[in-house]
Design a protein around this ligand. Structure first.
Ligand code: HEC
Ligand SMILES: [Cu+2]
Length: 317
């Protein structure tokens, strides 16, 4: 969790993968062309202001014909530029439409108010697993993401890796993605989906193949609950299991983030808080103050219950 790298250049108008690289160049080229056009027009305007037509030289037929000629040339140039830009845009759309090769991984990502459920698919059902908000991927390999929604329309967007795709109730949309640089990339919901839309973040963590494999193996495991935290587990089963799952226990709630490997995640609550013991306690007791409207109530617990529950949650790694 702590040694996770943050990609150094996680900026606007940068790209770290082939699903977004062509679009990034398109953006830069369009900005350059538009700035150039702006400068040319501004200069021509300035020239016109400075060379005002003198009243001593009334318009002649020859001058008017010259004026018309200028308009034809200007329209011609504009049309050519617009056509060139349209063609470049179509070429770019085509370039990002298909993955660089067969996807090595298929994920189903489902948007919920206001978090993301992430399912790693596998032909062997025993190798499938579920997590939330933090998506690990092998660096340099294409993957396929199936996008669904559990409630309203959301949109999945990791700007430096790929364009945005909507998640629509009842539909499965598809999007491919590839990160060519190791690191952690921020994503957002980009379709207004209710009060906490701004706190529906996600993180993509691109890792070396072997690191990714061991992360996957760890995620597949069920939680191992030690006898010391049984009191906390009991509170969890009473208070939290209606919504949350911890694989390996009787908690199988389906409409909240899977907490089996909660401690492996860097952030909680859609990127609102870093995952520290302190923040976890605050979140559990004050979810509605921290993220008003979130689909988790602020839980009313005694200090002893919070202590036992925190001990239980701290073992979910
Ligand atoms: C009514 C359903 C419900 C109950 C009961 C509930 N939760 Fe939640 N919980 C949620 C939802 C929904 C979220 C996601 C909220 C968000 O990010 O908007 C969540 C998020 C969390 C998270 C953050 C997970 C992450 O990775 O982002 C933790 C930790 C958590 N709950 C712990 C608990 C504990 C512990 C209890 C019991 C004391 C509990 N919850 C009870 C619905 C519930
Ligand atoms: Cu949203």
């Amino acid at each position: 969790m702590d040694d996770q790298k943050i990609a150094p250049l996680n900026y606007f108008l940068h790209s770290y993968g082939p699903a977004s690289m062509p679009t990034m160049y398109l953006g830069w080229v369009f900005v350059a062309v538009l700035v150039a056009i702006f400068l040319v027009v501004a200069l021509l305007l300035l020239w016109a202001v400075l060379h005002k037509r003198s009243a001593l030289y009334p318009p002649t037929i020859r001058r008017e014909a010259q004026g018309m000629q200028c308009i034809y040339i200007g329209t011609g140039i504009t049309t050519c530029i617009l056509f060139a830009m349209a063609i470049y845009m179509l070429v770019t759309l085509n370039a990002v439409a298909k993955p660089t090769g067969a996807p090595v991984l298929t994920l189903t990502v489902t948007g919920y108010d206001w978090w993301w459920k992430v399912e790693y698919e596998d032909d062997d059902p025993s190798r499938r697993f579920v997590t939330a908000n933090e998506i690990h991927i092998p660096v340099g390999r294409p993957l396929l993401i199936k996008l669904k929604s559990a409630d309203v329309i959301h949109a999945f967007w990791v700007p430096v890796l790929a364009g945005k795709t909507q998640t629509i109730p009842g539909l499965t949309n598809r999007q491919w993605l590839q990160a060519d640089v190791e690191g952690s990339y921020r994503g957002e919901c980009t379709q207004f989906c209710g009060v906490q839309h701004a706190h529906m973040g996600l993180e993509i963590v691109a890792q070396k193949e072997d690191e990714f494999r061991s992360w996957q193996d760890a995620q597949r495991k069920e939680a191992t609950i030690s006898i010391d935290v049984m009191a906390g587990q009991k509170i969890f089963l009473d208070q939290c299991a209606g919504c949350h799952t911890v694989r390996g226990t009787e908690a199988v709630g389906a409409h909240a983030p899977d907490l089996t490997h909660l401690q492996s995640r860097r952030l909680i609550a859609g990127g609102l808080l870093t995952n520290t013991p302190d923040h976890l306690t605050q979140w559990i007791t004050h979810a509605q103050q921290l993220k008003p409207g979130a689909r988790m109530p602020s839980m009313v617990l005694t200090a002893a219950e919070i202590g036992a529950l925190s001990a239980f949650l701290s073992t979910l790694n």
